[in-house]
Design a protein around this ligand. Structure first.
Ligand code: SAH
Length: 208
């Protein structure tokens, strides 16, 4: 008998390009139902984003998996997430990296995500309240940066806080009526290059 999380991995992730065994393993183990609203628990493993508090969403499992795979997290990495939301994406990174800082601008969401992560034993994930477009300089530079809200342009602070050899995924809004362009930025020899991955739909990154 497979669990709902294992079924999600086999039916939604494997057929759609998720090949990283570590990503597949952690997503088959993390209880996604603990990160959704109680009334939506029975929908926790469906192939879609779900509403959370403050008008925000927990991302579709496939998008979480593909973004995580794109930043190729390593066990010694330190990661920054912008937009903690429910804390689910941070939990996935937490299982794959040494340490995760996730910044959330809505204090109520941050508090709830921190409580969930603590209850489930994610001791290497720290939730901070603030404007994540400024990054979190105190703990940087970061090997991995994952931005879970759509930016108008790439915030310069995030590029600055990317470590040498670091990888950043970020949805970039090209125009208001089109899907966003999910981009992978990499820093090598101080030079930053990017390539487009696929179109996505995220809530906006709200600065200030
Ligand atoms: N990663 C989340 C989903 C993120 S939804 C999960 O796994 O559940 C996007 C989140 O980004 C929302 O919670 C929103 O409040 C937050 N956000 C938007 N602008 C932000 C900013 N400038 N700094 C930090 N968080 C921001």
């Amino acid at each position: 008998m497979s669990t709902p999380a294992e079924k999600m991995v086999v039916e939604q992730l494997v057929p759609h390009g998720v090949t990283d065994e570590r990503v597949l393993k952690v997503m088959s183990e993390i209880p996604r139902e603990e990160f959704v609203l109680p009334k939506l628990r029975r929908h926790a493993y469906e192939d879609r984003a779900l509403a959370i508090d403050c008008g925000q969403t927990i991302s579709q499992p496939l998008v979480v998996a593909l973004m995580t795979q794109a930043v190729a997290p390593k066990p010694d990495d330190i990661a920054l997430e912008v937009g903690a939301g429910s804390g689910y994406q941070a939990a996935v990174l937490g299982r794959l990296c040494r340490k995760v800082i996730t910044v959330e601008r809505e204090p109520a969401l941050a508090e709830h995500a921190a409580a969930t992560l603590q209850r489930l034993g994610f001791t290497n994930v720290e939730v901070a309240v603030g404007d994540g477009s400024l990054g979190w300089p105190a703990e940087g530079p970061y090997d991995v940066i994952l931005v879970a809200a759509a930016a108008r342009g790439v915030p310069p602070a995030l590029v600055d806080q990317l470590a040498e050899g670091g990888r950043m995924v970020i949805p970039v809004a090209v125009s208001s009526d089109e899907p966003q362009d999910l981009r992978l930025y990499q820093k090598h020899g101080g030079e930053v290059t990017f390539r487009s991955l696929f179109p996505v739909l995220f809530v906006p990154l709200r600065t200030g």
